[in-house]
Design a protein. Structure first.
Length: 547
């Protein structure tokens, strides 16, 4: 439990920010991950505190106070003003760190409470709420609270909801009318399905002053692969003409005033950020708001494309439940004497196909290198040799793992036809769409794309577009973003990806795009320059949709 620790400190000589460094050293990363604790960088905390102080805050609540970095910033910036603080946290270690910080800052108008904020009875008395909610996925906390809060707030929350939307909803009940709020959270709610309900909630209940997105190439929080968004709100109905600022920061400015001015007046500053505006009344919660952070120079192009779902089906790759057991190298298959009829060629990992076509020769090269590119694929009674391998798996406990334990028999594999096109699930520079010439099966590192047509020329024409720089730009509004510049598409995201309708093209354009795909693949395979080819693909696509 939380107990105040009274200590004698040379308060004038110790930097309160040392509290954060000490906490990170004495608290293992595994412990912090269990509670979703990721400390806010000081420069970010100072900016968020500056936002509240600039609004004249007098009563401040931090619902996940942690080591008190936000209270630190507000106390420094509002020195001489009478500000009342309250900090809540479920972790007594955090609260003790926060209390020590207040001693160093000579802050005596603070109340620290050990509690689960989501279960505290709201009192709407605060004029500034500032928060870095815990980073916990839907399976890491009690799901009953989602149902309870959804009922109380009248918000139909998804079962996949992360915990931070609950902090927005609960904080609304703690805030006075007209109160200011500053939150730093993952950016997932811009593009996820469960984020739609949070987007609706924000539009309905707040004036949204700004969303500030830290560039996807930068990871703010050590040990977690997530992006960061600062959300600035006021608890009041938005005027019809209110403009929301969408600010994408790629260099954090040295002074908080730089970003404050951007929020106040949309002042451009290309050295640190780019900024766009959108009328709040025109924001659609069913859309992915990530697009507002991008320069929208593709409108005329995207409007003439179609969703991929019109000409193809998309499915995830095979989930084996234990890749190390269900995929074998040729050496392993030979050692166990497993017959070829129980094995299928498979692409298990993205490094096994570094280009945009997978051929028989590519698979043979992987076999020679000893790669695990054979998938156990049993659809009949096992042979004696396969039976020995099955018993080996049972001794290893493979049959008790989650996915195998839900299959009958456990060693069988989900049925799947080879997909003509494979798509890498994760990427950094760009997603790759692969012509599966060898007709290999694929695991979950790739998505399967099944065109509605059986025509190699049209398939290559589609692949030319999918692998072009033009498509890379279009993808920005459809994909999911993770920290460190990592991108991801789920199957439903891919189905909504705007693509060229190759089924409506004239044959000469199909042939030209197919030829450009072959040239692009050849150039990529030998590590050559693809810019000229990509430019020709973009030019041809633009002419096709402009006809």
């Amino acid at each position: 439990m939380f107990q105040r620790i009274e200590i004698e400190l040379a308060k004038e000589t110790i930097d309160p920010h040392l509290i954060d460094q000490v906490f990170e050293r004495i608290s293992p990363l595994t412990y912090r991950k269990r509670f979703g604790q990721f400390l806010t960088p000081p420069e970010v905390a100072e900016f968020m505190a500056s936002w509240g102080v600039s609004k004249g805050c007098r009563s401040v609540l931090d619902p996940a106070v942690g080591t008190g970095v936000f209270l630190d910033g507000i106390a420094r910036l509002s020195a001489g003003s009478k500000v009342r603080f309250r900090g809540i946290d479920i972790d007594p270690l955090m609260l003790n760190a926060s209390y020590i910080r207040t001693q160093l800052l000579h802050v005596d108008t603070i109340e620290l409470t050990q509690a689960d904020f989501l279960r505290v009875t709201p009192i709407g008395e605060y004029d500034f709420i500032i928060c870095n909610p815990p980073y916990l996925n839907f399976h890491d906390f009690d799901r009953d609270i989602v149902t309870t809060m959804a009922t109380q707030a009248g918000v139909p929350l998804s079962r996949l909801t992360n915990i931070y939307p609950l902090f927005f909803i609960q904080s609304f009940a703690f805030a006075q009318d007209g109160a200011t709020m500053a939150f730093i959270t993952p950016s997932e709610f811009f593009y996820t399905g469960y984020g739609k309900q949070l987007r609706k909630f924000l539009l309905r209940n707040f004036t949204i002053d700004a969303f500030i997105l830290v560039d996807f190439e930068r990871t703010l929080f050590e040990g977690v692969l997530t992006t960061a968004t600062i959300t600035l709100l006021r608890k009041q109905k938005a005027p019809e003409d209110h403009m929301v600022k969408f600010i994408r920061v790629f260099n954090w400015p040295p002074e908080s005033d730089v970003l404050l001015e951007a929020v106040r007046s949309a002042t451009p500053n290309p050295a640190f950020y780019k900024i766009t505006e959108a009328n709040q009344s025109a924001l659609d919660p069913t859309e992915k708001w990530l697009k507002y952070f991008e320069e929208n120079h593709l409108g005329g192009v995207v409007d003439r494309l179609i969703p991929l779902s019109r000409i193809a089906r998309v499915h995830r790759g095979i989930a084996t439940g234990d890749n190390s057991y269900f995929t074998l190298s040729d050496i392993e298959a030979t050692k166990w004497g497993i017959e070829k009829r129980f094995l299928r060629p498979v692409l298990a990992r993205t490094h096994q196909c570094p280009t945009i076509e997978f051929t028989r020769q590519d698979h043979e090269a992987l076999v020679k290198r000893g790669e695990k590119v054979l998938l156990l694929y049993c659809s009949e009674a096992p042979s004696r040799n396969l039976g020995a391998y099955i018993r080996h798996g049972e001794r290893q406990g493979v049959n008790k793992r989650y996915i195998p334990s839900h299959r009958t028999p456990w060693y069988s594999m989900e049925r799947r036809e080879p997909a003509p096109i494979l798509a890498t699930v994760f990427s950094r520079r760009r997603m790759r769409f692969i012509l599966n010439s060898f007709k290999a099966l694929n695991l979950a590192a790739y998505h399967c794309i099944y065109p509605t047509f059986d025509d190699l020329g049209k398939t290559k024409a589609l692949l030319a577009y999918l692998n072009s720089d033009l498509c890379k730009q279009v993808q920005v509004v459809s994909r999911r973003e993770y920290g460190g510049g990592l991108h991801k598409f789920e199957p439903k995201d891919l189905e909504q990806l705007p693509v060229l309708d190759v089924t409506a093209l004239e044959k000469e354009h199909v042939d030209s795009l197919a030829s450009l795909f072959d040239r692009l693949e050849s150039e990529m395979r030998r590590g050559g320059d693809v810019l000229e080819i990509e430019g020709k693909i973009t030019g041809l696509v633009t002419r096709c949709i402009g006809r």
